[in-house]
Design a binder for this molecule. Structure first.
Ligand SMILES: *Cc1c(COP(=O)(O)O)cnc(C)c1O
Length: 371
């Protein structure tokens, strides 16, 4: 059967009816790629998988939530949507609004948005408003604007966003046959970690401790439960934008990982609940660690994610060094967005191309020096 998006696939577990006008670009169903080289290179005894969300239609996991948020906005009769964004939410909102034939307004921080994301918001015809402030300022403003104007707010404070985002857990459980032991991801506004936890929680029986392996046989089990356990959730932040590590909001967040340059996360309580209930923790990673993790994935596994996305892997490397991951574990790492989103950061940290004459001998020389 042709795959036609996560709402069709999981309609029995999402708040939609037969009459809901589904707005989809075929999001979800992203590959779960086993890392083949890095466990050996890093000397770790674990099975590592990356869930490559960069392969969604607009290049980030935001499409999972956006298909739901825009579908419900259209069902409710909205003529336009609005969001604040560090880039990927605006790219996704713009695309789904174009698909739905409705208006789209995006507030982005001036100068702090990766080039590819800006190109997307512009190409899809949204009204792009660069504010002289950061994401947190934009978030406050769109909440106020959506109260007064006929606009549907599609940031992750919109509960339908998390409903869509929870489907990542369903896909992982299907692919592995169970939940992993650990699930590692970057945390910015904290909607995604909350969505993951919702998805995992809806996949196990929470009624009894002993229920672990009943696989749906016990009378308490939710009809769609498919996992025997929930993973330990590990949230990873950039050190300059790490309110979960500080225990309070951060006024002036700073990091090269612009998608998580957020000091005032909206899903504060939900994210704490995910980490505490799962026995997990938060890590903070320096910009240098984030870029190193991004390069490791690109150079040794052929997986190119954006810097923010690599933050989960950067934190996992810390956890292995500190002995926090039980050996023999299965770990899933969400890579939230595609590396092509931010070509400037990628090029700035790579070695420059070789310039040689358009001549066979010169090129052969160069190749022999590198063979
Ligand atoms: C939005 C985003 C994040 C952060 O997700 P939250 O739900 O805000 O925590 C991380 N990485 C990328 C690439 C993103 O687009």
């Amino acid at each position: 059967m042709r795959y036609s998006g996560l709402i069709e696939k999981y309609r029995d577990r999402l708040p939609v009816s037969a009459d809901t006008p589904v707005i989809s670009l075929g999001e979800g169903n992203t590959p779960l790629i086993e890392l083949r080289n890095l466990p050996r290179i890093l000397g770790v005894d674990a099975q590592l998988f990356v869930k490559f969300e960069g392969l969604n239609p607009t290049g980030s996991f935001k499409d999972r939530g956006m298909t739901m948020a825009v579908t419900k906005a259209v069902e409710g009769g909205a003529k336009a949507i609005i969001c604040a964004s560090t880039g990927n939410t605006s790219a996704s909102a713009a695309a789904y609004a174009a698909r739905a034939n409705i208006g789209c307004f995006v507030l982005i921080p001036e100068g702090k948005i990766a080039l590819g994301k800006l190109a997307q918001a512009m190409m899809h015809g949204s009204t792009v408003i660069q504010i002289q402030g950061n994401f947190d300022d934009g978030m406050r403003l769109v909440q106020e604007l959506a109260q007064d104007l006929p606009l549907s707010l599609v940031n992750s404070v919109n509960p339908y966003r998390l409903q869509g985002q929870k489907t990542i857990a369903f896909e992982i459980i299907e692919a592995l046959g169970d939940a992993p032991d650990y699930h590692v991801l970057p945390v910015g506004n904290a909607g995604n970690i909350s969505g993951h936890w919702m998805g995992y929680s809806e996949s196990v029986c929470l009624q009894t401790e002993a229920c672990g392996l009943c696989q749906g046989a016990c009378p308490y089990h939710p009809a769609k439960a498919r996992a025997s356990k929930r993973p330990v959730m590990v949230g990873n932040q950039a050190a300059g934008a790490a309110p979960f590590l500080r225990g309070e909001m951060v006024k002036h967040p700073e990091t090269i990982a612009t998608a998580i340059r957020i000091g005032h996360p909206m899903s504060w309580n939900l994210a704490w609940a995910a980490v505490r209930e799962s026995g997990g923790w938060f890590n903070e990673c320096s910009d240098a660690e984030i870029l190193a993790a991004q390069a490791l994935l690109a150079k040794h596994e052929g997986v190119f994610c954006e810097p923010s996305s690599a933050t989960g892997f950067a934190g996992l490397i810390q956890d292995f060094k500190a002995g926090r991951i039980r050996s023999g574990s299965t770990v899933v790492i969400t890579l939230t967005g595609h590396g092509l989103k931010d070509p400037d950061t990628a090029i700035a940290q790579s070695s420059k191309p070789h310039v040689v004459a358009a001549e066979r001998g010169a090129i052969a020389d160069l190749i022999s020096r590198h063979l």
